[in-house]
Ligand binder design. Structure first.
Ligand SMILES: [Fe+2]
Length: 333
């Protein structure tokens, strides 16, 4: 039942109890190494000096009492599984201790020595499972972001005249988003959508994408299919964010003059409104096959001119502040 070679610390001011618990834990599993101390200060010192797999913690110590003991330990060893072993049977204290990170709570009594070994085992197993889930999630996230980066690189290779466009749009969009109150998770979704917003251009002949000079109306109609194509490709992927919807809407404009659906105002996702502004800012600030860079000042004048008609007033105001007051600059290639 017990894990092999686990190392347990007991903090309890009653030497009779620590002696009993040490004896029972060692008897249950001879490989268990159990240390005991009698004050919170001494316990924290032990935790700083050695690695433990779990802690049995009393709430009534000479230098610390109540749930505060759990908090002090968590402060120093946030990942350590804690089983409270206390004479306090008050429901509120038990609830508070569990809410503040104790994995289990045993009320002192004749059965505690027998129950402690099992409680510690479960506390350690639960903590290990949580860590495994977290590291799997982190791995999946890294894989996802790696795949997104590969796709973004492929888009750039297809259209070398706009190399770096996706990355720079993404950088500006992610600078605007937190200032609009979007939380970290939404910003992450925005980063993915911005990195892939022109994915649909892979379906457009490269002669049209890199054509110097004016496009014919048929060519422009072809260009206008890219949000839908990008959406249809990305809709196949189960992202934890509405990436395909954002990509679909990044050329929609507040007054309904955008494409592909002519959506208006609140029907356009905030992330798509942000990319709409970041996209035009980047495009005008960079060279294109059919024109040289118009420049940041002209780009800012353009988004100001269309503030409230094409572009969200809030996004435009934040973008202006970023460039004019906060010295925003795109990272070098
Ligand atoms: Fe686009």
């Amino acid at each position: 039942m017990a894990a092999q070679g686990r190392r347990i610390l007991i903090i309890d001011d009653d030497p009779d109890i620590t002696r009993l618990l040490v004896r029972v834990l060692s008897r249950d599993d001879e490989k268990t190494i159990t240390d005991a101390c009698h004050t919170l200060g001494e316990g924290l010192e032990r935790l700083a000096a050695d690695e433990y797999d779990a802690l049995a913690l009393d709430l009534g110590l000479p230098d610390g009492s109540g749930v505060g003991n759990v908090l002090r330990v968590r402060e120093q060893a946030p990942e350590l599984p804690i089983v409270v072993v206390s004479g306090i049977g008050d429901e509120e204290v038990i609830f508070e201790a569990m809410q503040n990170g104790a994995q289990d709570y045993l009320i002192k009594g004749p059965l505690v020595p027998k129950m402690l070994s099992r409680a510690l085992h479960y506390a350690i197993s639960r903590k290990n499972s949580e860590s495994e889930v977290q590291s799997t999630m982190a791995k999946l996230r890294r894989t996802l972001m790696g795949t997104v980066n590969v796709l973004a690189t492929m888009i750039e290779l297809r259209d070398p005249y706009t190399a770096g466009h996706e990355r720079r749009v993404s950088q500006l969009a992610c600078a605007i988003a937190p200032r609009m109150g979007l939380d970290e998770d939404h910003v992450e979704g925005l980063r993915v959508a911005a990195s892939l917003h022109d994915l649909g251009k892979i379906a457009i002949p490269s002669e049209i994408l890199s054509k110097p000079g004016q496009l014919t109306s048929i060519e422009f109609d072809m260009i206008k299919t890219h949000p839908q194509v990008g959406h249809d490709v990305l809709a196949e992927v189960e992202f934890p964010w509405p990436v395909s919807g954002i990509v679909l809407q990044h050329h929609e404009r507040l007054d309904g003059s955008g494409y592909p659906a002519g959506l208006k105002e609140q029907d356009i996702l905030p992330e798509a409104q942000i990319i709409g502004v970041a996209d035009v800012m980047e495009a005008m600030s960079s060279h294109r096959p059919y024109r040289s860079a118009v420049g940041v000042d002209q780009a800012l004048a353009t988004i100001s001119e269309h503030r409230g008609t094409f572009y969200s007033p809030q996004v435009v105001d934040i973008c202006l502040a970023l460039f004019e007051d906060e010295g925003f600059a795109w990272d070098e290639d």
